[in-house]
Design a binder for this molecule. Structure first.
Ligand code: SAH
Ligand code: SF4
Ligand code: F3S
Length: 429
């Protein structure tokens, strides 16, 4: 039996791409294994966002080398790889391909390994390949590729290319299909989802219209999206989320920094004041909204005073969640060429801890008034001795029920009894 293992690093886009890579490998007769040491093919869907993600790949080579040499293992690399890393990684892999060439993977594999049959008819957009979902209730749906924003610290524009919107008819058809199959948690994906359609003015729906179209589909499901950008977050998007119950009242709005000089150096096209005005508009327009953010600490030249602006921004907004990252130089980006990575690692770590402490506080403050409420929870899994699910805000909720109860992928009402960072404990109603 020929076996494969898909290893997606990084964000949901990669998880989604990994599900499409799995489809192609299954069509070639490979069977999925959950332990990479039993796999004949390992497909790495790489992430370039931080050096640590790249280092995890380098860390595998010794393990793989012997098996590759013995002919037991074929390794494939795709996903986000910076040109700088591509040079070094390519000789270590049997096959490196651009994810947009996924329909050609059978052909490419046939050229590297032995005796594969090739289906040359497979010349289609890679989004048209039906993903092999890892989950029975959560589905990722890419709505756009690439990124044109060129934030100075970021690898993505160099790994994912220019921003292009996928046809809305394809997106809506795909969402409909998943809903009919019983999927409950649909995630629309793109690097700047709210720029959707702007690359095809007059010919394509705008983001708010796309949201409205999917929110009007029949069925019992939730819709979420990642990642919006503060720039094109228009009033009609806020109105759509407020008006349609199927659009989750949960928004991750990356701030990256609370300091205007830093924002400029990052090439983020807004000021602290504009960002906060947008937050105020979202809070006013969407009652009971849950907010989260991405923040980078220790970006080039960030002084302690400038860092304090990120802290006070977080205190003001009172996020439920924040993805706080220590700045990591990405070779080839504007920041790598023009600025100096001069904040010591220990200081970056300290700043990250400071912001994490703020987040813990604001999370508790936001959730305490919710104790005693009953929330609709999408149940995900039984883990050790309890069940886990998430509410519309994507906050984890733990509860008790028999381990063999058929709860995975169902909505349940859970009464919230206690809260700790970052989860509730509740009772099934
Ligand atoms: N397109 C999205 C998210 C992109 S990547 C957006 O603009 O918000 C996810 C997050 O990784 C970013 O929001 C940023 O906080 C973080 N990130 C990107 N490049 C980084 C780097 N060089 N070092 C540390 N964190 C980084
Ligand atoms: Fe990176 Fe900025 Fe594009 Fe987000 S918007 S993917 S942070 S360049
Ligand atoms: Fe990483 Fe690429 Fe996503 S760089 S965060 S996998 S878009």
């Amino acid at each position: 039996m020929k076996t494969y293992y898909v290893w997606p690093l990084g964000c949901q886009t990669n998880k989604s791409d990994g599900e499409r890579v799995a489809t192609v490998l299954e069509r070639l007769g490979y069977h999925r294994v959950h332990d990479e040491s039993n796999a004949n093919v390992i497909a790495v869907i790489a992430c370039a966002i931080r050096q640590s993600a790249v280092d995890r790949i380098y860390g595998k080579f010794r393990q793989w080398e012997q098996r590759q040499q013995a002919g037991d293992l074929t390794t494939i690399l795709t996903g986000c790889v910076l040109p700088h890393d591509k040079q070094k990684l390519t000789p270590k892999f049997d096959l490196v391909f651009d994810i947009e060439d996924l329909p050609r993977l059978p052909l490419l594999l046939a050229q590297t390994t032995v005796e594969e049959t090739v289906n040359l008819r497979d010349k289609m957009e890679y989004f048209d390949i039906e993903p092999l979902h890892n989950s029975a209730f959560r589905a990722w749906v890419p709505i756009a590729k690439g990124c044109d924003k060129f934030c100075t610290y970021c690898a993505v524009p160099y790994t994912r290319g220019r921003e292009r919107s996928r046809p809305s008819t394809d997106i809506i058809t795909e969402v409909k299909k998943y809903i009919e199959r019983g999927y409950k948690d649909i995630h629309l994906l793109g690097q700047n989802v709210n720029s959707y359609g702007l690359d095809k003015p007059g010919q394509e729906l705008r983001f708010a219209e796309l949201l409205t179209a999917v929110a009007q589909l029949e069925g019992d499901f939730w819709i979420r999206f990642h990642a919006p950008h503060p720039r094109d977050f228009t009033a009609d998007v806020i109105a759509a989320i407020a008006n349609y119950p199927k659009l989750c009242k949960q928004i991750n709005l990356p701030a990256q920094s609370g300091n205007n000089q830093l924002l400029r150096r990052m090439n983020r096209p807004y000021t602290r004041e504009k960002y906060l005005a947008l937050i105020d508009a979202i809070k006013a327009g969407i009652p009971n909204v849950s907010l989260s953010t991405d923040i980078i600490v220790g970006f080039c030249g960030e002084t302690d005073e400038q860092f304090q602006d990120s802290k006070t921004l977080m205190e003001y907004v009172k996020y439920d969640m924040a993805f706080i990252a220590q700045y990591s130089v990405r070779p080839g980006t504007v920041a790598a060429r023009r600025f100096t990575d001069d904040v010591p690692v220990a200081e970056k770590k300290q700043r990250e801890q400071t912001l994490t402490a703020v987040l813990k506080r604001t999370f508790q403050e936001n959730q305490l008034p919710r104790l005693g409420q009953t929330h609709r929870v999408l149940v995900e899994k039984y883990s050790k001795d309890h069940w886990l699910g998430r509410n519309e805000h994507q906050v984890t909720i733990e509860f008790q029920a028999p381990a063999d109860a058929p709860l995975v992928g169902t909505f349940q009402n859970i009464k919230l009894n206690s809260v700790e960072p970052f989860r509730f404990v509740g009772i099934i109603q």
